[in-house]
Design a protein around this ligand. Structure first.
Ligand SMILES: Nc1ncnc2c1ncn2[C@@H]1O[C@H](COP(=O)(O)OP(=O)(O)OP(=O)(O)O)[C@@H](O)[C@H]1O
Ligand SMILES: [Mg+2]
Length: 229
C-alpha cells in the first residue's frame, strides 16, 4: 500500500530523515516507534506531502506520489491524524468533519453516518466548537475527520498522547474495528497499545530505521536499546 524508499528530508541545513525505507502492506498496521526527536512526525508529514524530500521516493498503491501536493494525496486515499490533533478550534465539530469530507475523492458531500457508530460521543457534540472539547474528544474528532474521507491508508501520530485511559481504550477499539478496511501507519510510544494493534513494528533512531519485524518478535532487548529513556 505504502512504500517509502531512501527518503531524505531536511529542515534548512539540518538533515532529519537520513534515508528512510519503510513499507506498509495492504491491510496491515505498522507501528513506528522511537525516542523523542528522532524524526517520526517528520516522516508522516513527508508521506502526507507537507514536507518535500531531498532524495528518495514515496509510492502509494503502486503510484509515485513524491511530487504530489497534500490535497492530491488526500484524494488518492491517505488520511492524516497529526500529533497534537490540530483540530480547528473555532469551527464546530460538524464543520471540522465537513472539512474532512472535502478531502475525499469526488469532493465534499455529507458526513457519513458510520463515523458516529465509531464515535457516538461526537454526535452529541456536533454544535460545539472544537476548541472547547476535552483532549480525548479532540482526538476522537481528529480521527473521525480523517475517516470521513474514507482513506485507504491512515497515518496516526501518537493518538494516545495526553489522553485519559478510558478514551485510549475507545480509540483502540476503533482502530481494531477499522483495520479490516484501512492500512495504518501508527506512531506510538505507548508500547502495550502498539503491541495489541500492530502487525509489525519499525524503530527509528536519528532519522533512520534501525530495527523492524513482526510485533510478536519485538523483544525486550530491542525495546531497552532503542526505546527506553
Ligand atoms: N519545523 C522544524 N524546523 C526545524 N527543525 C525541526 C522542525 N520540526 C522538527 N524539527 C527537528 O527535527 C527533528 C525531528 O523532529 P520530529 O518532530 O520529526 O521528531 P519526533 O520523532 O516526531 O519526536 P516526538 O516523539 O517528540 O514527537 C527534531 O530534532 C526536531 O527538533
Ligand atoms: Mg512527533
Amino acid at each position: 500500500m505504502l512504500s517509502i524508499e531512501g527518503l531524505e528530508v531536511a529542515y534548512g541545513e539540518s538533515l532529519v530523515l537520513r534515508g528512510v525505507t519503510l513499507h506498509v502492506p495492504e491491510g496491515r498496521v505498522v507501528c513506528l516507534m522511537g525516542r523523542n526527536g528522532v524524526g517520526k512526525t517528520t516522516l508522516l508529514k513527508s508521506i502526507m506531502g507537507l514536507l518535500a524530500p531531498r532524495r528518495g521516493r514515496v509510492l502509494f498503491a503502486g503510484e509515485d506520489i513524491t511530487r504530489q501536493a497534500p490535497d492530491g494525496r488526500a484524494r488518492r486515499g491517505i488520511g492524516y491524524v497529526p500529533q497534537g490533533r490540530e483540530i480547528f478550534p473555532h469551527l464546530t465539530v460538524r464543520e471540522n468533519l465537513q472539512v474532512g469530507v472535502l478531502g475525499a475523492a469526488g469532493g465534499g458531500r455529507e458526513i457519513p453516518e458510520h463515523v458516529f457508530e465509531l464515535f457516538p460521543r461526537l454526535k452529541t457534540l456536533l454544535h460545539r466548537k472544537g476548541g472547547v472539547l476535552s483532549g480525548g474528544e479532540q482526538q476522537q474528532l481528529a480521527i473521525a475527520r480523517a475517516l470521513v474521507a474514507r482513506p485507504r491508508l491512515l497515518l496516526l501520530d501518537e493518538p494516545t498522547e495526553g489522553i485519559q485511559p478510558s478514551v485510549i481504550q475507545q480509540i483502540e477499539e476503533v482502530i481494531a474495528r477499522i483495520k479490516a478496511h484501512v492500512s495504518i501507519l501508527l506512531v506510538e510510544q505507548y508500547l502495550e497499545f502498539a503491541w495489541r494493534l500492530a502487525d509489525s513494528y519499525a524503530v527509528m533512531q536519528k532519522g533512520a530505521i534501525v530495527s523492524e519485524g513482526s510485533t510478536e518478535a519485538l523483544r525486550s532487548d530491542v525495546v531497552k536499546r532503542h526505546l527506553t529513556v
